[in-house]
Design a binder for this molecule. Structure first.
Ligand code: SIN
Length: 487
């Protein structure tokens, strides 16, 4: 497949280690294919343990010098990277759609979304404040400063191959850390293109490094090497738990942005048209492949008929197809295994009594395409209630009372995002405060932005990305006690 890029040098196959573009030691490569067509897009290096170790050692050396830079220097470097990302937005979006499948409009949006984290943290780097604390006795003074944690390993998923990386790298660099990155093998090209731009922006050798290849080997080295002081990961809860267990041996800090099972609650006093709009975006963005996608739509019985009818009409307007085609709003899933898995959720629900109002299975396009689907008559014994669907399927359950809605919403081990629609101000506070989630969208289906803290509770993870809290995860607190002050 030939991509029509203005700047073809954004497509690279090699790993970026210590400022050099290098092949895997073995010379082996992995293929990257387009999920919409199955066509070959490019290849990348199949690196392993030895390359990972070299990358970590390079980062460790670079970090020591970087920690001595002024915050203005860090801000300027990140700003140059931000400018380059936005100047190359169209090419980066084309690469993203080719390897990930999402519609081009969404890819353009993701590039801007990812760049916003770089811009935000270039600004936030200047606002890292310490504290002066009242002294316990007059011969002492007590101060608190924040210092970079050191080398940070960033492990990123295929659903947002650009933004999940920038929102880890940018705060790390702003804090004075160096990074070693491992993007998902399904979508490495977007991450490598970001490194091309980082090199152009003038990142010193070793400060940002990336490799692709043998996931298990690379992951094991990242989590066991004592030079890595922090691992930040976005992905599934089972993998997050495994990484946390591996990190325990060297007591690394971790930030985990893991799975979700977002409830989307529609109360009887909601503006139904606006709830439908919110459900459309929060469910079908990226073909339902986001951790914050609505997973269970909970509707008060008195408005369920109206909501379902309007939601079904809205879903009819979605256009499934290849993300590079004009007008397409739902692209393929990442691979055929994912598409089959999502259809199994539908089959399980239907076998247990659910009914399909629209969609219902694999799209006639076949391959990785699944029809946008709505299920009604859904109950808690169905897999769609308790598991993360990660596809374009919206199960609707009904409830009678506010308490029941909250109980159903919290009946999960996950706690990333929740949404609800209500115009009753008292209910807005009551419900928002009782939902056991890190993020709550109230009369709003779009909740992600760089200025807000993104992250979950319970088994959805720990740590926050973006916002004024976002750099805390990349810094250690040091307390200094100065004695001998009294004469
Ligand atoms: C995710 O799916 O992990 C991220 C979604 C977002 O940033 O909105």
């Amino acid at each position: 497949m030939t991509l029509k890029l203005k700047d073809k040098s954004l497509i690279v196959s090699q790993a970026f280690i210590n400022g050099d573009w290098v092949d895997a030691d073995s010379g082996e490569t992995l293929d990257v294919t387009n999920p919409a067509t199955g066509a070959w897009v490019s290849k990348v290096s199949k690196c392993g343990t030895a390359e990972t170790r070299r990358m970590i050692e390079a980062a460790s050396v670079a970090q020591k010098s970087w920690a001595k830079t002024t915050v203005k220097e860090r801000a300027a470097l990140l700003r140059r990277w931000f400018n380059l990302i936005m100047e190359n937005q169209e090419d980066l979006a084309q690469i993203l759609t080719a390897e990930q499948g999402k519609p081009l409009a969404e890819s353009r949006g993701e590039i801007a979304y990812g760049a916003n984290y770089v811009e935000w943290f270039s600004e936030e780097s200047k606002r890292v404040y310490g504290d002066i604390i009242p002294q316990p006795s007059n011969d002492k003074r007590v101060m608190v400063i924040k210092q970079p944690v050191g080398v940070v390993a960033c492990i990123t998923p295929w659903n947002f191959p650009n933004a999940m990386l920038t929102r880890k790298i940018a705060p790390a660099i702003a804090a004075g850390c160096a990074v070693v990155c491992k993007p998902a093998n399904a979508t490495p090209l977007s991450a490598l293109a970001l490194m091309v731009l980082a090199e152009r922006a003038g990142f010193p050798p070793g400060l940002v490094n990336i490799l692709t290849g043998r996931t298990a080997e690379i992951g094991a080295e990242l989590t066991s090497n004592p030079l890595v002081r922090k691992v930040t990961f976005t992905g599934s809860t089972p993998v997050g738990k495994q990484l946390m267990a591996e990190c325990a041996a060297t007591v690394k800090r971790t930030s985990m942005e893991l799975g979700g099972n977002a409830p989307f609650i529609v109360f009887d006093d909601a503006d139904i048209d606006s709830a439908v709009q919110g459900a459309m975006i929060s469910k079908y963005r990226n073909a339902g492949q986001t951790c914050v996608c609505s997973n269970r739509i909970l509707v008060q019985s008195s408005v369920s008929e109206e909501f379902t009818a309007k939601f079904t009409e809205a879903v009819k307007t979605l256009v499934v197809g290849n993300g590079d085609q004009e007008g397409v709003t739902v692209g393929p899933l990442i691979d055929e295994k994912a598409a089959v898995g999502v259809c199994e959720f539908i089959d399980d629900a239907v076998a247990k009594g659910a009914m399909v109002t629209i969609g219902g299975g694999m799209s006639s396009r076949g391959g990785c395409f699944v029809e946008p689907t709505i299920l009604v008559n859904v109950s808690r014994d169905m897999r769609v209630f308790s598991e993360e669907i990660f596809g374009p399927v919206a199960p609707i359950l009904t409830f009678e009372s506010e308490d029941e809605a909250i109980e159903m919403a919290n009946d999960t081990e996950f706690g990333l995002a929740a949404y609800f629609y209500s115009r009753d101000i008292g209910r807005v506070y009551r419900v928002a405060e009782q939902l056991e989630y890190g993020i709550v969208g109230i009369n709003e289906g779009v909740i992600s932005n760089e200025m807000a803290p993104f992250g979950g509770v319970k088994e959805s993870g720990s740590g926050r990305e973006g916002s004024k809290y976002g750099m805390d995860d990349y810094m250690d607190i040091k307390y200094m006690c100065v004695g001998g002050i009294d004469k």
